[in-house]
Design a protein around this ligand. Structure first.
Ligand code: AQP
Length: 339
């Protein structure tokens, strides 16, 4: 077993290998992960157990799991300082998830926006129970590592509150066991919207052609998608909460999230210019991000054995911590320890 020695506070986060990772996943999650990795003891997993809450093709799931892990590293996660692993490689996630599922009130689960949104797209009788129980599994992911901070996009805030509530419930019933985590969302880019429909969140499982820029999109294709983004019939370029200006606001937000420039400077930069200039400006910034990421991705996928060795070390480090927490939770709940 790998030794766990860090005294830094812990971070945990993950992304489902349920499709092609988008610039929404990058700006909402990955970019923050990279930013915190020097100050925290970070655990980043590819959450394949979550991915099967929707139907997956087995070969594709395996391929996307490796691809996602490689993208983490290509985006700037350094496996020498952060732990990168696959969720299903550490069985403690499933085991604690069951215990938490048994404690999670249906009323809480039914209130989850993500469940309501995703289940509304399916016939009632065919909705998998996993979709409803998704937040209990996410709580297990976080609580196993005593994570103090969870960097995610805006859509995961409610699941973080659920995690805190469930941890408190367990601690109250069985004694102090879990650390209550805090959520961390980025100042800009916490909710990147679809390029073809700026009133809906950009999602990797949304299949329409111009909805999302994928991190591994061919660069000219990525540019085309941005140039085709839905805008409006106004002329001025400024940030706005108005629904009909959501497309322009989304483009400006992507620009802000990548450059980190203040809003006033961005508005000044585009003052008197047209939507074509705005789209070109955003496309340039996005491509400046994608080009080095893709080049690192290709390099590391061509290095035989590299990714597998990262995931093996990651599994060992993650399992050492997760199994210890699981044992404590099992003891607290009253399970007989094996002799
Ligand atoms: N559009 C987004 N803007 C900002 N952040 C986003 N995230 C997802 N979409 C956006 C953040 O990315 C992380 C990983 O998300 P996930 O894969 O676990 O599931 P999700 O939130 O349901 O993301 P998707 O892309 O919409 O996946 P599918 O389509 O499979 O459901 C999270 O931190 C999330 O907030």
């Amino acid at each position: 077993m790998a030794e766990v020695t860090s005294s830094k506070p812990r971070v945990l986060s993950g992304i489902q290998p349920s499709g092609n990772l988008t610039i929404g996943n990058y700006l909402g999650a990955l970019k923050q992960w990279v930013e915190v990795q020097k100050d925290y003891d970070c655990f980043y997993c590819v959450v394949d157990l979550h991915a099967i809450t929707a139907e997956q093709d087995p070969r594709e799931l395996r391929r996307k799991t490796r691809e996602s892990a490689a993208i983490y590293i290509a985006a700037g996660i350094d496996p020498e300082i952060s732990t990168v692993f696959v969720q299903s490689h550490v069985p403690a996630h499933s085991e604690l998830a069951w215990m938490l599922t048994c404690m999670a009130p249906l009323g809480w689960l039914n209130r989850m926006t993500q469940f309501k949104d995703k289940s509304a797209k399916q016939a009632q009788e065919s909705i998998g129970a996993g979709l409803l129980n998704y937040p209990s599994l996410m709580a297990a992911d976080i609580l196993l590592y005593h994570a103090e901070l969870v960097p995610v996009g805006d859509d995961q805030r409610q699941h973080l509150e659920f995690t805190r509530d469930l941890a408190q419930r367990f601690n109250h019933l069985y004694g102090e066991t879990f650390t209550l985590p805090a959520v961390m969302t980025p100042k800009a880019g916490a909710r990147v919207m679809g390029l073809d429909n700026p009133t809906a969140k950009m999602s990797k499982s949304e299949e329409s052609e111009n909805h999302a820029v994928y991190l591994l999109d061919d660069l000219s294709r990525a540019r085309k998608k941005i140039m085709r983004a839905v805008t409006d019939s106004h002329r001025e370029i400024h940030f706005s909460d108005e629904r009909e200006r959501a497309g322009v606001n989304n483009l400006l937000t992507i620009y802000q999230a990548i450059t980190g420039e203040p809003r006033e400077d961005i508005e000044a930069h585009f003052a008197g210019k047209g939507y074509g200039d705005l789209k070109r400006g955003v496309a340039d910034r996005v491509l400046e991000t994608l080009a080095p990421l893709q080049s690192r991705y290709n390099d590391l996928m061509n290095e035989a054995g590299y990714l597998d060795s990262v995931l093996k070390v990651g599994r060992e480090k993650a399992a050492a911590i997760a199994e210890e927490t699981l044992k404590l939770a099992q003891k607290r709940i009253g399970f007989l320890a094996p002799s």
